[in-house]
Design a protein around this ligand. Structure first.
Ligand SMILES: NC(=O)c1ccc[n+]([C@@H]2O[C@H](COP(=O)([O-])OP(=O)(O)OC[C@H]3O[C@@H](n4cnc5c(N)ncnc54)[C@H](OP(=O)(O)O)[C@@H]3O)[C@@H](O)[C@H]2O)c1
Length: 327
């Protein structure tokens, strides 16, 4: 009967989360009962969407919700065997028992590392793919801006736009991430918004305006992009990370939506699940051909999970932020 350590939210943050908001709790986990599996988590996903849930949505004194990949270590449930890999959203803990609800069997691509199923070939990659191609209606050769372009979603969105022959500007908040975007990914222009004011830098980087802005940030980035939108431009609104700690995001220039007839649409990945098969085929091919590159920031052990989430909100990650629990 394994012991499991798990991360609980014990106090709701005001502003940026701090270590005091979380506790590491040890629990006995029973063996799998009839109709159950016992799962050991291997990799946990650390996502910006966890931050708004710390204010509302995440229960106190319960394991933090979140995506993970685990391995079945005992099965008394039809259809599952020890050794099966599963993805799920039962998150920040080492072991748990399940009746199978919310578990998805994972058949990892044998030619790619398992971890890519947590980002480029998983949820964040699919968000970029559908957000850009389906919601953003990207056309070959267009003028594109992607914010948080060195992050998990942004780096895939920026590279898909490059694969479609677009002129692509990316923004980030660190020089090493900017160098990766310029030198490894080959973006046409890169803005470090902590060094150059985003409004002026975006104006200089987009002489032909913008047809598509893939928005991960909201606030000042959205405001700057709205000034540069071409007629009938599209803004797939993926995230508003600049407002997650404060709970609000001020955006000026909204009247440009009218003058430039801009389509601004929020979305979540379930909006385009019909593209999942196309996505897996395209993305696996791009990854294997080296046409889509990725970075990972991996923290070790369950105790590191709160610092990983705090660090994600502060920009400590290059690419996908993960916590590794076991091989
Ligand atoms: N709609 C959906 O279905 C969906 C699904 C997944 C993610 N999302 C959204 O997509 C966005 C990116 O998520 P991700 O998982 O790929 O995270 P990520 O970009 O890998 O990591 C978050 C990054 O945000 C940047 N950041 C933090 N505070 C910022 C601020 N005030 N202004 C500008 N940038 C800031 C930091 O990068 P820098 O160092 O470059 O500043 C940080 O590394 C988030 O807004 C998230 O909520 C939406």
């Amino acid at each position: 009967m394994p012991k499991s350590r798990e991360i609980h939210l014990v106090q709701r943050p005001t502003g940026a989360p701090t270590p005091e908001n979380f506790a590491l709790v040890e629990r006995e986990v029973g063996d799998a009962a009839d109709g159950q599996v016992l799962v050991q988590n291997l990799l946990m996903s650390v996502d910006p969407a966890m931050r708004p849930r710390l204010t509302a949505g995440q229960a106190l004194d319960e394991p933090m919700m979140g995506g993970a990949i685990g391995r079945v270590v005992q099965s008394r449930l039809d259809g599952y065997a020890a050794g099966d890999l599963v993805s799920h959203r039962q998150g920040f803990r080492e072991y748990f028992t399940s009746d199978g609800k919310g578990l998805n069997k994972l058949s990892p691509d044998p030619d790619l590392p398992l971890s890519v199923h947590m980002h480029a070939l998983g949820g964040t990659g699919f968000t970029a793919y559908g957000g850009l191609l389906h919601i953003g209606q990207l056309k070959d050769g267009e003028q594109v801006f992607v914010s948080t372009a060195a992050g998990a979603v942004g780096s895939v969105a920026a590279q898909i736009a490059k694969l479609k022959g677009c002129y692509v500007v990316g923004s980030t908040g660190a020089d090493d991430k900017a160098a990766w975007l310029r030198d490894e990914i080959g973006l046409d222009a890169v803005i470090n918004y902590k060094v150059q004011p985003i409004r002026q830098a975006l104006e200089e980087a987009t002489p032909k305006g913008l047809d598509v802005y893939f928005d991960n940030v909201g606030g000042d980035h959205l405001e700057a992009a709205l000034r540069r939108m071409n007629t009938l431009g599209r803004i797939p609104v993926c995230g508003f990370i600049s407002g997650y700690n404060s709970g609000h995001s001020n955006v000026g220039n909204l009247s440009n939506i009218i003058y430039s007839r801009v389509m601004l649409r929020g979305f979540v990945a379930p909006d385009f699940m019909h593209l999942w098969g196309d996505f897996l085929r395209d993305m696996a091919g791009w990854l294997k051909d080296g046409k889509v590159k990725y970075q990972e920031t991996v923290r070790d052990g369950i105790a590191a999970a709160p610092a990983a989430l705090i660090g994600l909100m502060a920009g400590e990650n290059s690419g996908k932020m993960l916590v590794k629990l076991a091989e």
